[in-house]
Design a protein around this ligand. Structure first.
Ligand code: 2BA
Length: 108
């Protein structure tokens, strides 16, 4: 068994969880925050049988869009000058997925 940890955008998470459960996979959704944008995203945990990992990853691939987000950063502080916020465009995935070997899985 593998543990698939996927970080997805909040806007994609609702439909994605629905698709995952419709296809009879189990999933836990956690509300998380990206370290760079410091805005909300969703992390999904799923325990998946080895032979089904490809099918599961395809569901993620087909339900998560790449988007351009504007992030405002402060310009460098030059003495005597005001700090002017500078907007930059950041491309946010799709999804970032980690596939990890599970040593043991128990349900009581
Ligand atoms: P954030 O850390 O908020 O990053 C959002 C997007 O900002 C990233 O999209 C990437 O395009 C950009 N970005 C991140 N760090 C950057 C940097 N130092 N310089 C320039 N641009 C940067 P994604 O790569 O699609 O990542 C989306 C979210 O997935 C991330 O949100 C983070 O929560 C998570 N993530 C991605 N890679 C990860 C990793 N290796 N480990 C843990 N979490 C990860």
């Amino acid at each position: 068994m593998k543990l698939v940890i996927s970080i997805v955008q909040d806007v994609d998470a609702e439909n994605l969880v629905e698709e995952i459960t419709k296809k009879n996979f189990r999933v836990t959704r956690m509300s998380t925050t990206g370290g760079f944008l410091k805005s909300g995203n969703s992390t999904l945990l799923s325990g998946i049988e080895d032979e089904k990992v490809e099918e599961y990853l395809n569901i993620i691939k087909n339900n998560c869009k790449t988007r351009e987000i504007t992030k405002t950063i402060q310009s460098i502080n030059i003495p005597g000058q005001a700090m002017i916020p500078v907007p930059i465009q950041v491309k946010v995935g799709g999804a970032s997925a980690f596939v990890i070997d599970v040593e043991e899985f128990k349900r009581y």
